[in-house]
Write a protein that binds this ligand. Structure first.
Ligand SMILES: NC(=O)C1=CN([C@@H]2O[C@H](COP(=O)(O)OP(=O)(O)OC[C@H]3O[C@@H](n4cnc5c(N)ncnc54)[C@H](O)[C@@H]3O)[C@@H](O)[C@H]2O)[C@@H](O)CC1
Ligand SMILES: [K+]
Length: 624
């Protein structure tokens, strides 16, 4: 799934409208309908007692966020999945949708399940009346068929709600196209029998273009409207709010009426469904301005916006559902969009990774590669051990762990599968003279990983430079080795094989010479620019780890669990990536797949604990 900036989105809009000739109003109409469908889905979930999407945003599981699934329906209510929703049946666990069933039925039974839809398939026509009473009972009960053979009228199950009468939604409309999307949604909700009131942030006369057309259509349908600042508005007096104030055209912190409406919407306690992005969010960086909508659901239009994947924006967006609105998906790649969500499909198709990790029946330990790890010191021997064990669990054939010789007695037997290569350290620490030994050991290895628990030592810059320039296989650099790098000017160091850097935000800050807050401000942007400028694969760790390549591709990972914030989890990742490199994956493949697997293992490990706070790094290895 492609991830775009606001500017890329505008270019894709233009391309669709001007080159493909798809009218802008058609896109807006699709957007409005998609938003209305997601509002109705939320009402159904609420009716079914699913507390996961209540007011205040976010899912109920303490931080594992969810992104709506596609029509293929992998998501259901709370497990993570981003996806593109095809019209009429997308996302977010819409178990109740059976879009387009032949001869199908509509007419919300209100039970939120599929059971109500099967009955009428044998030629039953249902058209729900305003109270949501369908005629399905007739057909189900063997009553008279009410349509001639060979003729069927399909009502629209996605836009019906049995309990519509209990709902009253306010649509907060800005004066741009985002407002237009909200106005279109209002009409569809009205059609579904849901009471809607429009709340204009600016004088309705100031709307232009397609948004003005939507304004007129809503007025012609008699949808009540008030203007903020002119009329009394109580945002608490409703059952839900559509936030269509600001989208990708917003700039800076919300001003005036926009800011006041955002603050009032958040304070209302009502669930908020945001059109495209939460108003107040920077669509590119994920920064949240003051104020910013805290959405329960964000219906992202056409392509994921970078800001929805980057915290704190990702937190403000709640459950994100990506809905297609008529812009061809392939246009993103054709137009040079280079950031993708790291899904199994992206791993398979864009990165050509065999995600099944199949083993050859004829394979032996030599088939699966040999990692050399230079890591660990007396006070931090565990870091090396975790990396080494993780590399083995990632499936490589052999791991040699080079470590200061004084450590040997303490780690012997900790992991009998490992080969230990003591190098002449000084009192359990590394020293500059060990470079030659590590280089000798690296000779016939398939990859070299350096850093976990390494510590700093006199001459470490020259030590790292030698390994950087002279090792003859891909290199993974983590932890203290990153700090060595941060203190060096390595732009002139030569290198024939790929290098993967795996910094956490603090290490990244040192590498880039900026603050940690500066790193977090736009992780995707920074990862892309750093990787390109330094010719490395950059794995910027943290919630939604970003993997960027020197060629300008980036992947954003969404596997993982808040419980993984524990010492040693990064060492495990280094081991996994190294283990995959040794098996022959190229650097981008190993980095991306390694991050994905690491997160997945963390999720499995967290599930095994009564409380995920108890998760420790070793659990991640065991869950691989
Ligand atoms: N053809 C298109 O371009 C499509 C656009 N779509 C929607 O249109 C949105 C983008 O629309 P626009 O480019 O019109 O922009 P927006 O609707 O996001 O906002 C622009 C308006 O907000 C005002 N504004 C900007 N920053 C502000 C701030 N900080 N405080 C107060 N007011 C501010 C501007 O003066 C302008 O009137 C998308 O997010 C999406 O929802 C969709 O309808 C699909 C098609
Ligand atoms: K919005």
């Amino acid at each position: 799934m492609d991830v775009v900036t606001a500017e890329e989105m505008r270019a894709l809009d233009r391309e669709t409208i001007e080159r493909l000739g798809i009218p802008a109003i058609a896109l807006m109409e699709n957007a409005g309908r998609a938003i209305a469908e997601e509002v109705i889905a939320l009402c159904r979930r609420r009716g079914a007692g699913d507390a996961g999407y209540g007011a205040g945003g976010g899912s109920a599981d303490g931080g594992t966020r969810s992104y709506g699934a596609g029509a293929a329906g992998s998501a259901d209510g709370g497990t993570r999945s981003y996806g593109v929703g095809a019209a009429g049946g997308a996302g977010g666990g819409l178990r109740s949708y059976k879009a387009g069933a032949a001869g199908g039925v509509a007419g919300g039974s209100g039970d939120g399940g599929t059971s109500s839809y099967g009955a009428g398939v044998a030629g039953g026509l249902e058209s729900a009346d305003a109270e949501g009473r369908g005629l399905g009972a007739w057909a189900a009960g063997g009553g008279p068929a009410i349509q001639p053979r060979g003729f069927s009228v399909s009502a629209d199950s996605a836009l019906t709600l049995a309990a519509a009468g209990a709902e009253h939604w306010l649509v907060l409309a800005g004066k741009g196209n985002n407002g237009g999307d909200g106005l279109a949604a209002a009409r569809h909700l009205r059609e579904a029998g849901i009471a809607v009131t429009l709340v204009y942030a600016a004088a309705p006369e100031s709307l232009a273009g397609e948004a003005a057309l939507q304004r007129d259509a809503a007025a012609a349908m008699g949808i009540p409207a008030v203007v903020y600042g002119r009329d009394a508005v109580d945002l608490a007096a409703c059952s839900g709010i559509i936030d269509a104030l600001l989208g990708t055209g917003s700039a800076g912190a919300p001003r005036g009426a926009y800011a006041e409406l955002i603050a009032a919407a958040n304070a209302s306690g009502n669930p908020i469904v945001s059109a495209d992005i939460p108003s107040g969010l920077d669509a590119d960086t994920g920064e949240t301005h003051e104020p910013c909508i805290h959405a329960a659901v964000t219906v992202c239009l056409a392509f994921l916006k970078r800001g929805l994947l980057q915290y704190p924006g990702a937190g403000a967006a709640g459950h994100v559902v990506v809905r297609s609105i008529g812009i061809p998906a392939a246009l993103a790649r054709e137009s040079g969009v280079r950031v993708s969500l790291l899904t199994p499909e992206v791993l398979r198709t864009r990165l050509q990774v065999d995600v099944s990790r199949r083993r050859s029946p004829e394979g032996h330990k030599g088939t699966y590669g040999h990692v050399l790890l230079a890591a660990g010191s007396l006070r931090m021997s565990g870091a090396g051990l975790l990396s080494a064990r993780a590399a083995l669990r990632a499936g490589c054939g052999l791991v040699t762990w080079a470590l200061p010789d004084k450590l040997l007695p303490y780690v012997i037997g900790c992991a009998p599968e490992l080969m230990l290569a003591p190098v002449a350290g000084s009192d359990g620490e590394w020293h500059a003279g060990t470079a030659a030994e590590v280089l000798r050991l690296s000779g016939s290895r398939d990859c070299v990983a350096i850093g976990p628990g390494l510590g700093r030592f006199e001459g470490d810059t020259e030590w790292l430079r030698r390994l950087w320039e002279e090792t003859d296989s891909p290199l993974v650099i983590d932890a203290d080795a990153l700090n060595i790098l941060a203190d060096a000017d390595y732009s002139a160091w030569s290198r024939r094989h790929p290098v993967i850097l795996t910094p956490h935000p603090g290490e990244m800050a040192r590498l880039a010479g900026i603050s940690t807050a500066g790193v977090q401000r736009d992780r995707i942007g920074l990862a892309l620019s750093y990787a390109a400028a330094h010719g490395v694969i950059l794995v910027l760790k943290g919630a939604h780890t970003v993997i960027a390549t020197p060629e300008g591709q980036a992947y954003v990972n969404i596997t993982g669990h808040p419980g993984m914030g524990t010492g040693g989890a990064g060492d495990v990742l280094t081991g996994i990536i190294s283990g995959l490199l040794a098996q022959g994956l190229d650097a981008a493949q190993a980095a991306a797949f390694g991050v994905y697997l690491h997160g997945l293992a963390g999720e499995h490990a967290a599930r095994k604990r009564d409380n995920p706070a108890a998760l420790i790094a070793g659990d991640i290895i065991e869950a691989l």
